[in-house]
Structures are given as structure tokens and as C-alpha cells.
Design a protein around this ligand. Structure first.
Ligand code: RIB
Ligand code: CA
Length: 347
């Protein structure tokens, strides 16, 4: 084999390795903006290792209409009209919408008034845009849903192959240590339990960034001051949102603002910020006290019973295949350092 050929071969190998290392991660953000949703978007916009292929809007913190307006105002502020922003579902699959202006401000963005949008909404229905892009880029798209799972459920119900065609799905939702909407249920799941059960059982493995790790990842006044020290418009916006979140958290006795949605985006960017455990997760849709709970089967089996006379007895264990990587621990400082430094940008 000639030296020239060997040299060419090694150069092409190096270029393949380099290309693989610099290719940004293609993501679709499904969101109900929402103050922490806004910070998740800010993180994605300031991440050179992320390419936002689309933003799809789902009703949750605010109505579908308000959410679309908020998303368009934020991409307009960022001068990113190249990013498709599409509205999606108008309400949960099987219940009335529950909005959260108490937590997110009357406009959903901490009452921060952004200029009217110059970017226009994409004509697609959100779930259809998700299907189109995942099929356009098979095994390359990471779905990052940070609101109720209505759009994702509609997309994967219409095209079940999505479960095998996505690269990953990293959700903000759920909890294996109690809820924040009720004693058992986290807000995104509680706002559409039927959609969540469809998503957890679609055949993919969901990375579940729940309250268990979000509650350990708190934005503080110090982080807000740090963001505000940058004159960049998006840093200033992020600081205003953060200030609202921290003050709202303090009103209810919290030391800071849980970075639920930004942490999910952080996990999509740097999975090393969390520790995960494979589990089987199902969503309770019937319980009087537990509707919307993400019920984690940690051991991966249920006992199976057979009738023996006047009683049942256990005859075997029934294995349950894992369907979720549940985040059970987090490195808050590693995430918060990433978040603040990326949004502040290089001095
Ligand atoms: O429980 C927190 C979740 O509910 C976050 O996504 C927040 O934005 C709200 O949607
Ligand atoms: Ca959200």
C-alpha cells in the first residue's frame, strides 16, 4: 500500500472524527413559555453545540395563543426568524387546560414586556412539523419537551415510527419524590396525564428530568446579578426573567428558583450533569389522589398471581422493560456555571 494512500486514508479518518465532534446537536424544543421555558430557550440560543431545528408550542403555563406569541417575541428579540416556530394543540387530550399565570406572570414571561414580534409563525401544525423534521433527519433529532406532552403524544400517535427515528427524547416532567401540582403529580404531567402515558409507552426510552433534580438546581439572586452584568439584550432579558422567578420563589419560601426547563435543556446538551437510573415508568390516569403521578417501578417487575381456591398466590415475577432514564441526581454547579457563562457570553 503506497505511502500517499495511507496518508489520504488517515486524513479522511481524522476529518470524519473532527466532523463528528463539531456537528451541533439538532433539537426540537416543545414548550409552554413560561418563565423557565424562556431560560431553556435562552440556553439553547447561546449553545454553539445546539441547532434549534424548530420550536413547537403547547398549552400549559399559558394558553396556546399566548405561548405562541411569547415564543415569537423571544425569537424576534434574538433576531432568529430562521427558526421555525409552530403552534400545536389548543388543549390537553382529555381535560381542560390549567394555566399557571400565578407562577409565570399574567403574560407568562414574568410580566416582562417584549416588543411585538417581527418573526412570523410557521404554517405547520406543531406535531406535523415534529414528524416532518424527524423524518428529514432520521436518528439525529433530540426532542426536548418542557411542557405538557400533548404535542408529542399527537405526533407519536400519528407516526409511531417516530419512537425509532429520534436520536433522543429529554423531557422536563414527572417526579419520583412527590409532586408540585398535587402531592403526587408534577405540573407538566398533571396538565395532560393521558398524553404522558402515551409518550412513556411509545417504545423509546424517555430521559426524565423531573422535580427530583430540578428542585436541587436553584437560580439565585447572585446568578441574576451575574447575568445582569452583561449588556447583551438576551442576557438582560434572562436576568429580568430570573429576577421574577427568584422573587416568586421567595414569596413561597424557596431559597431560589428551580431551573426545571433549563436543566432539561442542559441535560440534552451535557448528559453528564445528571445521574440516571433505568426504570419502568407509567403515568397514573385514574387515581383520585394520584392522577398525573409518574409511577416508577424501580425493580423492573410485578408479581404475577394465580387463583388458588379462595385466594390468589404468587406464581412468578413478570419483567417490565425499562422505558425511562430517570434523573436521580444532579451536579447543580456544573449546570448553573454552563447556563450563566453561555448566556453572558465571552467578555
Ligand atoms: O413542574 C415544572 C414544569 O411546569 C415546568 O416545565 C414549568 O415551565 C411548568 O410548565
Ligand atoms: Ca415549561
Amino acid at each position: 500500500m503506497s505511502l500517499r494512500f495511507l496518508l489520504a486514508l488517515s486524513l479522511s479518518a481524522v476529518s470524519v472524527v473532527c466532523a463528528a465532534q463539531v456537528m451541533p446537536k439538532r433539537i426540537i424544543l416543545d414548550t409552554d413559555p413560561g418563565t423557565d421555558d424562556a431560560l431553556a430557550l435562552m440556553l439553547a440560543l447561546h449553545s454553539p453545540d445546539v441547532k434549534i431545528e424548530a420550536i413547537t408550542v403547547v398549552p400549559g403555563n399559558v394558553t396556546a395563543e399566548q405561548g405562541l406569541e411569547n415564543a415569537l417575541r423571544m425569537v424576534s428579540l434574538a433576531n432568529r426568524c430562521d427558526i421555525p416556530v409552530a403552534g400545536g394543540a389548543k388543549h390537553p387530550l382529555n381535560q381542560k387546560l390549567i394555566t399557571a399565570e400565578m407562577w409565570h406572570g399574567r403574560n407568562g414571561l414574568g410580566n416582562v414586556e417584549l416588543p411585538s414580534p417581527k418573526c412570523k409563525a410557521d404554517a405547520h401544525f406543531g406535531p406535523d412539523l415534529i414528524i416532518e423534521l424527524v423524518r428529514k433527519y432520521p436518528h439525529e433529532i433530540t426532542l426536548v419537551p418542557v411542557g405538557p406532552l400533548t404535542n408529542i403524544a399527537l405526533a407519536v400517535s400519528k407516526d409511531p415510527a417516530l419512537a425509532t427515528l429520534v436520536k433522543d427524547i429529554v423531557i422536563m416532567g414527572g417526579s419520583i419524590s412527590g409532586g408540585n401540582s398535587t402531592g403526587a403529580a408534577e405540573a407538566n404531567i398533571f396538565n395532560d396525564p393521558e398524553a404522558a402515558q402515551i409518550v412513556f409507552n411509545a417504545g423509546w426510552t424517555v430521559t426524565m428530568v423531573g422535580l427530583d433534580v430540578g428542585n436541587k438546581t436553584l437560580l439565585t439572586d447572585e446568578h441574576v446579578r451575574d447575568l445582569a452584568s452583561s449588556p447583551r439584550p438576551l442576557a438582560q432579558f434572562s436576568a429580568q426573567i430570573g429576577k421574577f422567578m427568584v422573587s416568586t420563589g421567595k414569596k413561597y419560601g424557596m431559597e431560589g428558583a428551580a431551573m426545571y426547563d433549563p436543566l432539561a435543556m442542559g441535560v440534552a446538551i451535557d448528559p453528564g450533569v445528571v445521574t440516571t437510573r433505568l426504570m419502568r415508568v407509567d403515568v397514573e390516569t385514574q387515581g383520585q389522589f394520584t392522577r398525573g403521578e409518574t409511577v416508577a417501578n424501580r425493580e423492573g417487575y410485578n408479581e404475577h398471581y394465580v387463583l388458588e381456591g379462595d385466594h390468589y398466590t404468587i406464581d412468578r415475577l413478570e419483567k417490565l422493560p425499562a422505558n425511562a432514564r430517570v434523573c436521580v441526581d444532579v451536579k447543580p454547579q456544573r449546570f448553573l456555571d454552563m447556563f450563566v457563562s453561555r448566556i453572558k457570553g465571552k467578555p
